[in-house]
Design a binder for this molecule. Sequence first.
Ligand SMILES: Cc1cc2nc3c(=O)[nH]c(=O)nc-3n(C[C@H](O)[C@H](O)[C@H](O)COP(=O)(O)O)c2cc1C
Length: 185
Amino acid sequence: MGKRIVVGISGASGVIIGIRTAQALAEGGCEVHVILTDAARRVIDEEMGKGFAFPPEITVHRENDAASALNSTSFLIDAMVLVPCSVKSLAALASGYANNLLIRCADGALRTGKRLVVVPRETPLSLSALENMVSLRRDGAIIMPPCAAYYHQPKTVDDMTDFFVGKILDLLAVENKLYRRWRDE
Ligand SMILES: Cc1cc2nc3c(=O)[nH]c(=O)nc-3n(C[C@H](O)[C@H](O)[C@H](O)COP(=O)(O)O)c2cc1C
C-alpha cells in the first residue's frame, strides 16, 4: 500500500477539487481517507448533484464521528490536505478550535509536523482570513490558494481542476501527470 493520506473537504465552493484529489490519490495507489463536514455535504449536493457517492476504495468519515481513528495521532498518516478550506475551517484550525473531526485531524498533522496542505477558497479575503493563513504557514502548513494559471492552455473547467489537483499531488509528493508542466515536452 502507498501513502496514507487524509483529504478534508469543508463547505466551500470547489468541492470537485477535493473529490478529484481523493480520486487521483487513490488511482496513484494511496490509502485515502476523506473527511466531510456537514456543510461540505450540502455543497456537494449543490455542485455535484444529490446522487454523488465516493468509490468504495475511498474511506469516508463524517465530521461528528468521535470514534474515528483519525481523531488520534496514533493512527499514523503521511499527509493531509484540506481542500477546499472554508474561512470558517481556516479560522478554527488557526486558533486550535478542534470542534470536529476535520479540524481535529488537521490539528494533529500540525502538532506532529506532518505535511499539511490548506487550499482556502474565498474571495475577496478579510484581514482575519489573511492573518489565519500567515499563522498556519508559520505553524508549518503549506497554503495553496486555487489560483488559476494559463500557461498550460486550459480549455475546460476539468483542465483547470486537474491543474489544481496536480499541484496538490506535487505538494504531497505523489507522482502525477495531471497538468502540462512548463517546458516539459
Ligand atoms: C453552495 C455554497 C457555497 C459556499 N462557498 C463557500 C466558500 O467558497 N468559502 C467559504 O468560506 N464558505 C462558503 N460557504 C459557506 C460555508 O459552507 C459555511 O461557512 C460553513 O459553516 C462552513 O463550515 P465548515 O468549514 O465546517 O465546512 C458556502 C456555502 C454554500 C451553501
